[in-house]
Design a protein around this ligand. Structure first.
Ligand code: 5RP
Length: 233
């Protein structure tokens, strides 16, 4: 079974278990979420469900529109029943690294408004300790004018290495859906208190949000190479 199929089985399982009629649903971002929205659209059509979808990015909004689902916003629906989203790495405490796709700010806002955040991923994202699997670092969304001082401050506080994320089909940095830059912090591989690290980074002026999701995720589904799905916890 391919990695894509592993993503799909995890996504289908989560949507089947968590999406209910007359609910508000947060739509995460990334390649795994594409399968979740596919399944959601199938269920809505078959079961005639009433589900309002709140996007976490431009990509998520496009998916909602493409599948002709009901598009909502936090202004009118500030309380979300469940959000299903991908992750770059999930440790044994369900602490997440997110933002590999650059959408961490809106993902965290929507997750913070959700009664439940459910993660869907393939088996390569399932780790014991952050840094075991995802080697690109923790994404940090920053105000462009402040990226150099922020980079220096994080390195002097915690060490490691920081790269300004570069765009692929454009010269220069990635600019997020919110007009900001992304720093990828390759942190020293050691036992860190992620809640403290997250709070300390967030206190630096110019930091908008980090891709560290601590105590936010209720459950993770990992699609396996044999087509089964492993749940955590
Ligand atoms: O945090 C994210 C985007 O900001 C994604 O959820 C994360 O990068 C996982 O993406 P994929 O499902 O493509 O592996």
């Amino acid at each position: 079974m391919s990695l894509e199929q592993a993503k799909q089985v995890a996504a289908y399982r989560a949507v089947d278990e968590y999406v209910q009629n007359n609910s508000i649903f947060g739509v995460g971002s990334g390649s795994t979420v594409v399968y979740a929205v596919q399944r959601l659209a199938e269920r809505i059509e078959l079961e005639k469900l009433n589900v309002i979808c709140i996007p976490t990015s431009f990509q998520a909004k496009q998916l909602i529109i493409k599948h002709k689902l009901i598009l909502g916003e936090l202004e009118t629906n500030p309380e979300i029943d469940v959000t299903i989203d991908g992750a770059d790495e999930v440790d044994s405490n369900l602490t997440l690294i997110k933002g590999g796709g650059g959408c961490l700010l809106q993902e965290k806002i929507v997750a913070s408004c959700s009664k439940k955040l459910i993660v869907i991923a393939d088996y390569t994202k399932d780790s014991k300790k952050l840094g075991d699997r995802y080697k690109k670092g923790i994404p940090i969304e920053v105000i462009p004018m402040a990226y150099v001082p922020i980079k220096n401050k994080i390195i002097s506080m915690f060490g490691g290495e920081i790269k300004l994320r570069s765009a692929v089909a454009k010269a220069g940095p990635v600019v997020t859906d919110n007009g900001n830059f992304i720093l990828d912090w390759i942190f020293p591989y050691q036992d860190l208190d992620w809640e403290k690290v997250n709070n300390a980074i967030k206190m630096i002026p110019g930091v908008v949000e980090t891709g560290l999701f601590v105590k936010m995720c209720s459950k993770a589904y990992f699609g396996q190479p044999d087509g089964t799905v492993v749940e955590s916890p």
